[in-house]
Ligand binder design. Structure first.
Ligand code: PMP
Length: 405
């Protein structure tokens, strides 16, 4: 054991609740993660001691809230090793961050017929924003294929880069297959062709150390709620020169320097991209969540989760009729599977009756399901607060259901 998982579990109040009379087994961490008591307390603390709208006031509450908000920006910067806090834009999630880039990048950098290259394993939030730009700007969307195991075909990806490719937008970790894509290598290849890269890190930042300077990516996005922070908060990391070059995404307060009816000049980055009142309370608590992860250590988290993934894979594969979808060599702690003769929805519902939370369906990756020739999967996704005993409960639950059928 790399760390005391039971001590860690005690920090997450929800993990001690029961569901349908059984102790909760929460295995839907790829959808959203649970929060520590300290994160929950931070939200109450800000509302009870420091609630004032950020950046606008000279009064003490506004200054206190602004300090907390900007301290979180520094925490995020450190967490992903960005060169400057000016490169950290707060959004309401990965989805908004990708929409921001799609809108600002395509409107300023792309013309009719220019191409954006994605992969066959993208979440809808890294597909649909580009399709919107296809409608608006006439860009083309190219899709790099994957192998049956769920690994990106790197040779094919490189072949799809053309003189018209303006951006490569790729997920770091597939939320369905668990595949860890070689994003560092993708950036290197893209550089050789002079193409910038956006990394959707929604499923990697919670599980592994992500260093934007080491990756040398141009854009990187993730959501606080998947990193044990509050909902409604996300991050766009972008190299400062991009933020300076791109036009604003939304207009309103905060993002301006001066406004007349004739003309508006914009604030500097990152504020240029933060129109309106941000969720400064959630953002303060997000900093608390990241500090917690740093204190435990992402390397230890990664090692523990890898062990849990291996154990879960072994336990599940021993179940007759169970097939794992996504068998890449490099995998994060996500296991998608199907059980012969049992609809994923039925299996998911019966598991819920046993207090076990897994996700069923297409996981917001319908094109991937089409590629794989299936309608959906069951997905168990693990966090560092999950245990081998919980993996046993999942496996035993499925075994019981298989016998019932
Ligand atoms: N990308 C990936 C890979 C995801 O797994 C998710 C969430 N399931 C998203 C993007 C979207 O994140 P959010 O809904 O928090 O914006």
């Amino acid at each position: 054991m790399f760390f005391d998982v039971h001590k860690i579990r005690a920090d997450f109040p929800i993990l001690s609740r029961e569901v349908h009379g059984h102790p909760l087994v929460y295995l839907d961490n790829a959808a959203t993660t649970q929060k520590t008591r300290r994160v929950l307390e931070k939200i109450t603390e800000v509302y009870t001691t420091a609630n004032g709208n950020v950046h606008r006031g000279v009064h003490s509450l506004s200054q206190a809230a602004t300090n907390l908000f900007e301290a979180s920006r520094e925490t995020v910067r450190r967490f992903i090793n960005a060169a400057s806090i000016n490169e950290i834009v707060f959004t309401k999630g990965t989805t908004e961050a990708i929409n921001l880039v799609a809108s600002s990048f395509c409107s300023s950098q792309c013309g009719e017929g220019d191409e954006v290259l994605i992969t066959a394993m993208e979440h809808h939030s890294n597909i649909v924003p580009w399709q919107l730009q296809r409608e608006r700007m006439g860009i083309q969307l190219k899709v790099a294929p994957i192998s049956p195991a769920g690994e990106l075909l790197m040779g094919e990806l490189e072949k799809l880069i053309s003189g018209k490719t303006k951006l490569i937008a790729v997920t770091h970790v597939s939320n369905v297959l668990g595949t860890i894509n070689p994003v560092g290598e993708i950036v290197k290849i893209a550089r050789q062709h002079g193409v910038p890269v956006l990394i959707d890190a929604a499923q990697s930042v919670p599980h592994t150390r992500v260093d934007v300077q080491a990756l040398d990516c141009d854009f990187l996005t993730f959501s606080a709620h998947k990193v044990y922070g509050p909902t409604g908060v996300g991050v766009l990391y972008a190299k400062e020169e991009w933020l300076n070059a791109l036009p604003p995404y939304q207009g309103g307060g905060e993002m301006i320097e001066s406004v007349t009816f004739e003309e508006t000049t914009y604030n500097r980055s990152p504020f240029k991209f933060e129109a309106g009142t941000p969720d400064y309370v959630g953002i303060a608590a997000f900093g608390t969540a990241l500090d917690y992860l740093t204190a435990i250590g992402l390397e230890r988290i990664e090692r523990y989760e890898k062990e849990l993934l291996d154990y879960a894979t072994e336990r599940l594969l021993a179940i007759p009729g169970l097939r794992i979808i996504g068998t890449a060599k490099e995998k994060s702690s996500v296991v998608s599977f199907l059980v012969e003769g049992i609809h994923p929805y039925d299996l998911g519902t019966l598991l819920d009756g046993m207090g076990i939370a897994v996700r069923t369906g297409h996981h917001c990756a319908e094109p991937l399901m089409h590629t794989l020739g299936i309608d959906g999967t069951l997905r168990a996704s693990f966090a560092f607060y999950n245990t081998r005993e919980e993996v046993d409960r999942l496996a035993e639950g499925i075994e019981r259901i298989v016998k019932m059928f």
